[in-house]
Design a protein. Structure first.
Length: 186
């Protein structure tokens, strides 16, 4: 029986047979951090024991392997960090390819104009409104539901021009793993 691609839960896969030794037996609740089964690589699976049967030479157990998923769904609200000083950048997830953050700016607060020389910054506006800096004195109006994309080297920043908090999710992606940062003119 083959492991389905990208399984969340794998039902009964196999009967695992091994000599009765503490070093080679899997136990319910054990975590398989690395290993193979039926030629498929297992990473971060949790073992749940189903049934035991014993003989003098062998110890046979049936298992269910449940994939332990890394979090993939995040709450914007849980990452909002209001501040009376500068707007707060709250990191949701950072990988070698991208960084996802939630920004919160009170009315009148500003995210300074800047660039990422080696990365694209995509903003998805959740609430509020802002004047979005695009460089060379150009400004666009952003509101909830808008998406603003600054390609590598393009100026971006914002001033909350509304009477409610300006909240947005920013995804900075870089093929090199380092988008860089530099302050820029509005």
């Amino acid at each position: 029986m083959q492991i389905p691609p990208n399984p969340v839960q794998i039902t009964l896969l196999s009967t695992v047979k091994s000599k009765r030794t503490t070093s080679n037996n899997l136990h319910g609740g054990d975590k398989v951090t690395e290993g193979t089964l039926f030629g498929k690589h297992l990473h971060n699976y949790r073992v749940r024991t189903l049934r035991y049967s014993c003989s003098v030479e062998t110890f046979q157990t049936n298992y269910i392997f449940t994939k332990e998923m890394e979090p993939r769904i995040f709450s914007v609200e849980k990452h909002i960090r209001p501040s009376d000083g500068e707007p707060i950048r709250s990191v949701v997830l950072a990988t070698k390819d991208s960084t996802v953050v939630v920004w919160h700016a009170h009315p009148g607060q500003e995210i300074a104009a800047h660039i990422h020389p080696h990365g694209q910054d995509t903003w998805t506006v959740i609430s509020g409104e802002a004047e979005y800096y695009q460089g060379d004195g150009m400004v666009a109006h952003l509101k909830a539901g808008d998406i603003a994309i600054a390609k590598p080297g393009q100026v971006h920043g914002a001033l909350n021009s509304s009477s409610v908090p300006f909240v947005f999710v920013s995804v900075v992606a870089s093929a090199s793993g380092n988008a860089g940062f530099a302050v820029a003119e509005k």
